[in-house]
Design a protein around this ligand. Structure first.
Ligand SMILES: *Cc1c(COP(=O)(O)O)cnc(C)c1O
Length: 500
C-alpha cells in the first residue's frame, strides 16, 4: 500500500477509518434532503434587500448527503473515549458511571416537553421534584436550604460568594478579602475576584492540610470569609475544619465549602456540622449527571439559615398541597441563570438520589475512598506520593521517581493512552510539582482497578528500562504527539470571509 493510501484512504488502521472534517466531505450542491416545490413565489434578494446587507459570497457550509452525515457522526462517536467505554481516572472530576435509568427518566415526555414559562398549575410534578431535590441536598450536607439554579460548580461559587457579600453588605460593610488555601481549584480565586474580593492565599501545611494557625494569622474584620475545599485537592480531609470555621466566625466571617469532592463524604459526614455556611455541589460529579463533553451541568448551592434570605430567585416552595415559585424574596441576590437551572440535570440527580437511598449514598463514599486507597497502596512503590497518608476519594502521585530517567508526567499520561486508559488529571494541584491526580470513583470494579494498576506498573518499569518508548508515546492512537499550542492557536478550519 502506498503511503498516501495508508494516510488518506478510508482503512487507515484496519477497520478504524480516518475521518476528515465534515467540510472535507461532500461536494458543492450535494444535499441531504429533498423538499416539495415551494408554493410561494421566489424573490430576488438583490431587489428586496439593501446591497450593504447582502452577503458577497455564500457561507462556508458543508454540502453533504444523509449518508455522509450519518457516517461522519457515527465514526466520530466511535472515536470517543467516554466513561461508557473505559475508566477515566481524572482526579477532581469524579468521572463515575452515569446510570442509564437517569436518562430514561430525564427523557420522559412530561419533563422534556415542559415549557419554562408554563403556568404553575401545569408543572406541579417538575416543581415537586425540584422541591424535594433542594431538600435532599440540604439534608445530605447538613444545611438549611438550597438553590438549584447555578449551571456549574464555578457558578455555584459565584452565587455563594455573592450571598456572602450580600450578608456583609446588610451588616454595613461588604468587606474586602477572601482567604483561600494554595491547594484550591483555580475557580475559587477566580470566583472571589469576580465578586470584587481580594484573594489572600494561605499555605497548606507540611501534612497537606490547612492549619488553624495559618487561618488565625490571616483572619481579620476586613475578611469576608474563607473558601475551603474538603476533602481538599490533594485528596486529604481538612482535619481542622471545625476549628477553622470557629476562627472565621469569631471575626464575623463566613465559611464557603467547595463541595466538588462530596463523593468522599456523602452519607458519611455533613459539612454543615463542620461549621460551613455555604456549599456548592457539582451534581455532574457526585450525583451522576453526565459531564466531560462540555454539556450542561449543575452547581446547586446549599446554605445555612444566615444566608437563606439571599438565595437566588425563584426558590421552589410548598404551599399547602401545591408547589410554587417564590419570587417574593426582597434580599435575594437575584437571578444567576436563565429560568431555573439546567432542569434535565436536576431530574437525573433526583433519580440517582432516589435510586441509591441513604444507605446507597453512604456506600458511594465508602467505596470511593476504599478504591482510591487501594490504588494508592498498590502504586506507592512505583510512583512518588507527595502525601503518603491515607487519602479520601483520590490520590496524588508525581513524576519525582521517573524524572531521574528523563520521563515527565506528560510522557506518562501520553503512554497511558497506549494502554487504553484516559490520562489522569496532570500538573494539578499546583502544590505538587508534576502531579498525577488519580480518582477512580466507586463505580469501578476491583478487576478494572487491578488492570489499571498493572498497566501503571508496566509504565513505571518502562520508565526505568526503556524511557525512550515512554517519551515518544503515544504510539497507538490515530494522532501522536500534538503540538497543543499550535492546535489551539491555528485550528484547521476557521471561516474567514474573503470579502468582509
Ligand atoms: C470541578 C471543580 C470545580 C468547578 O466545577 P465546574 O462545574 O467545572 O464549574 C471547582 N472546584 C473543584 C475542587 C472541582 O473539582
Amino acid at each position: 500500500m502506498s503511503d498516501k493510501v495508508k494516510k488518506e484512504g478510508p482503512g487507515k488502521r484496519g477497520m478504524i477509518f480516518a475521518e476528515p472534517t465534515i467540510f472535507e466531505r461532500g461536494a458543492p450542491g450535494r444535499q441531504g434532503y429533498s423538499l416539495p416545490e415551494d408554493e410561494i413565489p421566489a424573490v430576488d434578494p438583490a431587489k428586496e434587500i439593501d446591497a450593504a446587507l447582502l452577503r458577497r459570497e455564500a457561507p462556508l457550509l458543508p454540502e453533504v448527503s444523509e449518508l455522509d452525515v450519518v457516517r461522519h457522526f457515527t465514526r466520530l462517536s466511535q472515536w470517543n473515549y467516554s466513561i461508557d467505554t473505559g475508566l477515566t481516572p481524572l482526579g477532581s472530576c469524579t468521572m463515575k458511571y452515569n446510570p442509564k435509568v437517569n436518562e430514561e427518566v430525564a427523557r420522559m415526555s412530561g419533563f422534556v416537553k415542559l415549557h419554562p414559562q408554563a403556568p404553575v398549575a401545569d408543572i406541579q410534578g417538575a416543581l415537586e421534584l425540584m422541591f424535594h431535590l433542594q431538600h435532599y441536598l440540604a439534608v445530605i450536607s447538613g444545611m438549611d436550604a438550597a438553590t438549584l439554579q447555578p449551571a456549574a460548580g464555578a457558578q455555584g461559587e459565584f452565587a455563594g460568594l455573592l450571598m456572602i457579600r450580600a450578608h456583609h453588605a446588610a451588616q454595613g460593610n461588604p468587606r474586602k478579602k477572601i482567604l483561600i488555601p494554595d491547594s484550591a481549584h483555580g475557580t475559587n480565586p477566580a470566583s472571589a475576584a469576580a465578586c470584587g474580593y481580594k484573594v489572600v492565599t494561605l499555605k497548606t501545611g507540611p501534612d497537606g492540610v490547612l492549619s488553624a494557625d495559618a487561618v488565625a494569622a490571616a483572619m481579620d474584620e476586613e475578611t469576608a470569609g474563607i473558601m475551603i475545599t474538603n476533602p481538599n485537592t490533594l485528596g486529604l480531609f481538612e482535619t481542622h475544619m471545625a476549628e477553622i470555621a470557629k476562627l472565621v466566625h469569631d471575626k464575623g466571617g463566613l465559611v464557603y465549602c467547595d463541595g466538588a469532592n462530596q463523593n468522599a463524604l456523602v452519607g458519611m459526614a455533613r459539612v454543615g456540622d463542620m461549621g460551613v455556611d455555604v456549599l456548592h455541589f457539582n451534581l455532574h460529579k457526585t450525583f451522576t449527571t453526565p459531564h466531560g463533553g462540555g454539556g450542561p451541568g449543575s452547581g446547586a448551592v446549599a446554605v445555612k439559615k444566615v444566608l437563606e434570605p439571599y438565595l437566588p430567585v425563584p426558590t421552589v416552595v410548598r404551599r399547602g398541597e401545591h408547589f410554587d415559585w417564590d419570587y417574593d424574596r426582597p434580599k435575594s441576590i437575584g437571578k444567576v441563570k436563565a429560568f431555573f437551572g439546567n432542569f434535565g440535570m436536576l431530574v437525573r440527580a433526583y433519580t440517582y438520589i432516589r435510586e441509591m437511598g441513604a444507605e446507597g449514598l453512604r456506600q458511594v463514599s465508602q467505596r470511593a475512598v476504599l478504591n482510591a486507597n487501594y490504588v494508592r497502596k498498590s502504586l506507592e512503590a512505583d510512583f512518588h506520593l507527595a502525601y503518603p497518608q491515607v487519602c479520601m476519594h483520590e490520590c496524588v502521585f508525581s513524576d519525582k521517581i521517573q524524572k531521574k530517567f528523563g520521563v515527565t508526567t506528560a510522557d506518562i499520561a501520553k503512554r497511558m493512552m497506549d494502554y487504553g486508559y484516559h490520562p489522569p488529571t496532570i500538573y494539578f494541584p499546583l502544590v505538587v510539582p508534576g502531579a498525577l491526580m488519580v480518582e477512580t470513583t466507586e463505580t469501578e470494579s476491583p478487576q478494572t482497578l487491578d488492570r489499571f494498576i498493572k498497566a501503571m506498573k508496566e509504565i513505571a518499569r518502562e520508565c526505568r528500562e526503556e524511557p525512550e518508548t515512554v517519551k515518544a508515546a503515544p504510539h497507538v492512537p490515530k494522532v501522536r504527539r500534538l503540538d497543543e499550542v499550535k492546535a489551539a492557536k491555528e485550528p484547521k478550519f476557521v471561516y474567514v470571509p474573503k470579502n468582509p
